[in-house]
Design a protein around this ligand. Structure first.
Ligand code: CIR
Length: 259
C-alpha cells in the first residue's frame, strides 16, 4: 500500500463562525455560504474517488475547526492527537478524540504543555515523515511527535518551514512516491534531496498545497499553470475550487484527515 492510498476521510462541516477564522490578511473575510459550498464539493469529490467520508458537525466555538488536519494525524495503524499552536485552536483536539475512537483502537497523544504541533506541518512520504518547524510547531512539539511516530513505526525528520508561510505543507505536497510539489524557496532549501521536486510556477505558490489521494491529485482550480505542469508529467489532476477557503490561509490537505 502506498502512503497516499486511502479508504477513509474525516471532515468537519464549517460553522457560521468560520468567518472569524484565523487569517494573515484580515481584509479578506470569507463568506460562510461559499465556504460551505466549497467544503461540500470537496467532500463529494472525495466520495467520487471511492473514499468513505465521515463528516462531523460544526463547532461554532472553534472558527477554524473545519481544518481537521491540524489537531490530529492518522495512519492505517493508529492516530495521534496533536497540540495545535494557535491558542484558539488548541482544544479542537478534544473534539476529535470521539470521532477517531470510532475508527482507531490505537490513539496516541502529544501531552506536554509546552509542546505544540499542527498537522499542517506534517508531510508523510514513503520513508520519512517530515515535521516542519513553524509559528505553530515548536521544537519540543516536533521532538515529542517524532517519538510518537516511532511508536507507530515511522521515521521523522525535522525540517524548517520557510518564513512567511503558515505550514510546511502550505509549501509542499507529495505527488508520487518519489515526487514532491514545492515552492521555490522550500525546493531550494535542499530538504527534499533524493526526491524529484516539481517547483510551483511563479505566482502560483499557493498551489503547492495539493492533495494526492489514490490515483487522483486534487489541485486548486485557480492555478492553471501548475495543473498543466503536473499533467505534462502524466499525473492525473482534478482541479477543485477552494478560493474562499484560501482566504483562511488553507488549501486542499487542511480539510480532511485521511487513512
Ligand atoms: C489557521 O490559521 O489555523 C486556519 N485559518 C487555516 C489552517 C490551514 N490548515 C492547514 O494548512 N493544515
Amino acid at each position: 500500500m502506498r502512503v497516499f492510498d486511502f479508504t477513509h476521510a474525516l471532515l468537519r462541516t464549517p460553522g457560521w463562525s468560520v468567518v472569524n477564522g484565523l487569517r494573515d490578511d484580515a481584509s479578506q473575510t470569507p463568506r460562510y455560504e461559499v465556504v460551505l459550498a466549497q467544503h461540500a464539493a470537496y467532500a463529494d469529490a472525495l466520495r467520487t474517488i471511492g473514499i468513505a467520508v465521515d463528516v462531523l458537525p460544526p463547532l461554532e466555538d472553534f472558527p477554524d475547526s473545519m481544518f481537521v488536519e491540524d489537531p490530529a494525524l492518522t495512519f492505517p495503524n493508529g492516530a495521534i492527537l496533536l497540540r495545535p499552536g494557535a491558542p484558539s485552536r488548541l482544544h479542537e483536539r478534544e473534539e476529535m478524540r470521539g470521532a477517531l475512537e470510532k475508527h482507531f483502537t490505537k490513539i496516541l497523544a502529544i501531552e506536554g504543555e509546552d509542546e505544540f504541533v499542527d498537522g499542517g506541518d506534517i508531510l508523510v512520504t514513503p520513508k520519512t515523515v517530515f515535521i516542519g518547524l513553524s509559528k505553530r510547531t515548536n521544537r519540543k512539539g516536533a521532538d515529542a511527535l517524532a517519538r510518537k511516530l516511532a511508536e507507530l513505526g515511522y521515521t521523522a525528520r525535522i525540517a524548517q518551514t520557510p518564513a512567511g508561510i503558515l505550514h510546511f505543507k502550505t509549501a509542499s505536497s507529495l505527488m508520487a512516491e518519489d515526487t514532491i510539489l514545492a515552492t521555490k524557496p522550500l525546493a531550494e532549501s535542499g530538504v527534499f534531496a533524493g526526491f524529484d521536486v516539481i517547483v510551483t510556477p511563479p505566482g502560483e505558490e499557493a498551489a503547492a498545497n495539493a492533495l494526492r489521494m489514490n490515483d487522483t491529485i486534487f489541485v486548486g482550480a485557480h492555478y492553471p499553470r501548475t495543473i498543466d505542469l503536473l499533467r505534462s508529467k502524466g499525473l492525473n489532476v482534478r482541479p477543485l475550487t477552494v478560493s474562499e477557503v484560501a482566504k483562511l490561509d488553507a488549501g486542499l490537505s487542511c480539510m480532511s484527515l485521511r487513512w
